[in-house]
Design a protein around this ligand. Structure first.
Ligand code: GLA
Length: 764
């Protein structure tokens, strides 16, 4: 049993072969934290870990005891107000106006397996009875007669603790949760750095790393979506931690709505990390017997730096969070018409693109925005999910038939289910379904407004509209977009004193629509999108195994975005495409090969018009697709290693690689941003191979240990002295394609164990 309780010492020890998590019931009945780190042999008494300092001027819980102060004791789930002066992780407002609570240990249960979060209304990790064990601790507050249940799950083979919290109001009086974070992780020192993923639209999830100091540093979103600005992920690492060394604690929230992540360092040098639903503007009313459940927070421990943390999250998400038949299948290679046509397409042009794409090996055609209502620009028709016959006279069913049966390509369709345009039949029929605050002007975003997804009637209506299309057309993929955040939040269907529930109810509505759709249409592959990566989070992965990580399709910008996203999200989930040049977001010209060399490390697809490619480019495209078909299993399901960061040093050379579980194959990608005059030598040190194996890399043979110690040298330093070389480049009209001799150049290296060249790569 990986969870032990010692009735004498009142200590809990949650353990597996990687981690130990130890805490106890304190004298006052609350839970005190003792240890979280690598596995410690179980003993009957861990009291040597306790630290109850006698600090002057403390506020104390017991008479004749000047030490027991919650301000100074490490806690599992602290709250403000008794003798702790931090904001705490939860707060309950009571009938008499008080916010003081005192939840004390009542009982606990340990069971194999794991319950669904909020009875399945929220995403969460899962596992078979032999894979996960759960501890639930019931605490009770006598004065308000409410239960608080802290849940801890440990995974058999992963250094992961999954936590969330529930409350049940048992009294006749209503109580209000005004702060309900999922969990708190308490550390007895502050010698850490904080890592998080921040950005904005078209530059999502850049890695930021900073020292922590006294006070609160927080990230979060108040936008109704997890956002492009901050991702619901944080990590604490030792200051010397690297990709391969040092202790790292990762924290991810399985949630897609407004969230909060806080790192609080006390003036006595302890650190608390908490994450959960954004407390700003949050309030949840609990009447008698009503229950509230937080999202799940996933903490990963690594003693070998960020790389090991990444591998754990990738495995955890792939095996215990993503669902459906698509999670184990590599993603189909798709072409999306958005950047090829924007709104300006008709059936004929779509058919031509699809035919050409099919001839080049593409497997799925995705019809993006503009196929419905009167949508010829972004001012109209959101909510009118019926086909625009003037563009597509055969309808979606007819087009689908032509694509799937005649051309032999799969068919995918774009939707933006949560949105409404004022110029739409839906708005004319149901203006009250738009989110707006009474008597106030509603602000638009990209000319559009948001539907009130806290209202089940709205969700049922949208479900029927989408389902009708899915039922009578051969759609096997859906891109679910969400192109603005929520302002003037208010639910006309909610009581006045329940408006603080709006944002959480909204995201529960989104989840419920997803659930209904994947239940009725389990064969459809959903790709989530929110102007690119505006809602790319662990919550979404539960419903959609892949997400469009950014509207920025420039290969150079993508180096940062993909590098940052890979911190916790598997390559299988990262939507990445080759697009046209000059790039539509940053007007940069990069070579066709570099664009593909970056996009390979994700789901892979195209966002361009193949009809406007030259014959040579078409040939390249065909080769790229053939190459990806050969290697996608390895890339999307292998172990990913970051080798050279775009965020460190001058970030000019970037490298990453994927290695098969059995270490017989690997793919290495190396990228140069700008060509430097007379540069220093660069060596790329590989990872994850077997030291004693001999590998073929290009024309050479190298020992694994040498590849992982000396690495490979980027010898092809171009200093401009080789005149014939210059002439060759000038004649070719391009400096692209050969690593080391041009801006935005790149190279992919295939690495295979000697003697295994013919081994079936598809099974890797
Ligand atoms: C968003 C998406 C794009 C595209 C457009 C269509 O910006 O991220 O990929 O689908 O919407 O309007």
């Amino acid at each position: 049993m990986p969870i032990k309780f010692n009735n004498k010492t009142k200590e809990f020890h949650i353990m597996n072969k990687h981690i130990s998590y130890i805490f106890k019931i304190l004298e006052n009945g609350q839970l005190g934290h003792l240890y979280f780190g690598s596995t410690i042999s179980h003993v009957e008494d861990f009291s040597y870990m306790e630290f109850v300092p006698h600090r002057g001027l403390s506020i104390c819980s017991f008479e004749d005891n000047l030490s027991f102060s919650l301000e100074h004791i490490m806690q599992e789930y602290p709250c403000y107000g008794t003798s702790d002066f931090s904001e705490g992780v939860y707060q309950i407002k009571q009938k008499n106006g008080s916010i003081i609570t005192d939840f004390r240990y009542d009982s606990h249960v340990v069971f194999m397996g794991k319950k669904k979060i909020d009875h399945g209304k929220m995403p969460g990790t899962f596992g078979e009875d032999n894979e996960v064990t759960t501890l639930e601790i019931l605490l009770h507050d006598d004065v308000i007669n409410a239960d608080m249940i802290l849940s801890y799950t440990i995974f058999e083979n992963l250094p992961v603790i999954a936590r969330h919290t529930r409350w049940v109001n048992k009294s006749d009086d209503c109580i209000r949760l005004t702060r309900a974070l999922s969990a708190n992780f308490h550390f007895d020192n502050s010698s850490y750095e904080l890592v998080h993923l921040s950005g904005a639209w078209i530059r999502e999830r850049h890695i930021e790393r900073e020292k922590i100091t006294s006070g609160i540093k927080s990230i979060g979103s108040t936008r109704g979506a997890s956002s492009a600005n901050h991702n619901p992920f944080m990590a604490l690492c030792e200051s010397n931690a690297t990709e391969d060394n040092g202790r790292v604690y990762g924290f991810a929230l399985v949630y897609s709505g407004s969230f909060y992540g806080g790192c609080e360092v006390s003036t006595h040098g302890t650190t608390r990390i908490s994450m959960g639903i954004q407390p700003f503007n949050f309030e949840w009313k609990l009447e008698k017997n009503e229950c509230f459940c937080t999202p799940e927070m996933l903490c990963v421990y690594s003693e070998q730096g960020f790389s090991a943390m990444t591998h754990t999250y990738h495995k955890l998400f792939k095996n215990h969070l993503m669902r459906g038949r698509w999670k184990d299948k590599p993603s189909p290679i798709l072409i999306n018409n958005w950047e090829a046509t924007y709104f300006g397409f008709d059936e004929e042009s779509i058919i031509k693109i699809a035919q050409e794409a099919k001839a080049l090996g593409v497997e799925l055609f995705v019809l993006d925005d503009g196929w419905f209502g009167n949508r010829n620009d972004d001012k109209t028709s959101l909510g009118d999910w019926f086909v625009n016959k003037s563009k597509l006279p055969s309808g979606i069913g007819g087009l689908g038939k032509k694509l799937v049966e005649d051309i032999g390509i799969e068919f995918g369709l774009w939707f933006e289910p949560e949105m409404i345009s004022v110029d739409s039949d839906l708005f004319r029929q149901h203006p009250e379904w738009r989110i707006e605050t009474p008597m106030r002007k509603a602000s638009h975003g990209r000319n559009q407004f948001v539907l009130n997804f806290t209202n089940e009637e709205v969700i049922d209506y949208i479900f029927e509209k989408l389902a009708k299309i899915f039922r009578c057309s051969p759609i096997s993929y859906v891109k679910w977009d969400m192109n603005r955040n929520i302002s003037e939040c208010y639910g006309s269907n909610l009581m006045n004193d329940c408006q603080g529930e709006f944002f959480h109810r909204y995201i529960l509505g989104v989840y419920s629509l997803y659930e209904k759709l994947i239940t009725e249409f389990p064969y459809i592959l959903f790709e989530s999108c929110a102007s690119g990566g505006g809602r790319f989070d662990a919550g979404m992965l539960y419903f959609a195994p892949q997400g469009w990580i950014s509207d920025d399709t420039d290969a150079v910008e993508r180096l940062k975005i993909q590098y940052g996203t890979s911190m916790i999200y598997p390559l299988r989930s990262m939507g990445s495409h080759v697009s046209d040049v000059p790039n539509h977001q940053v007007i940069r010209n990069t070579s066709f090969s570099t664009r593909a060399n970056v996009a390979y490390f994700g789901t892979f697809g195209y966002e361009l018009n193949p009809l406007s490619l030259s014959e040579d480019e078409k040939l390249q495209m065909k080769k790229q697709i053939d190459w990806m078909k050969k290697y996608r299993n390895l890339i999307q399901y292998g172990l990913f290693y970051r080798l050279k960061s775009p965020f460190e040093g001058d970030g000019n050379i970037v490298a990453w690689m994927v290695v098969s579980e059995d270490k017989t194959r690997a793919i290495l990608g190396v990228y140069q941003v700008l060509s430097r005059p007379n540069p220093n030598r660069t060596r790329i040190i590989l990872k994850g191979l077997e030291g004693q194996k001999v590998y073929k890399i290009g024309a050479s043979e190298r020992q694994g240990d040498s590849l992982m110690s000396f690495g490979i040298s980027l010898n092809d330093v171009f200093t401009g002295v080789n005149v014939s070389h210059v002439m060759e480049i000038i004649k070719g009209g391009s400096a692209f394609g050969k690593f080391g001799i041009g801006d935005f150049s790149s190279e992919i290296f295939e690495i295979v164990e000697k003697g295994r060249e013919e081994y079936d790569i598809k099974n890797k």
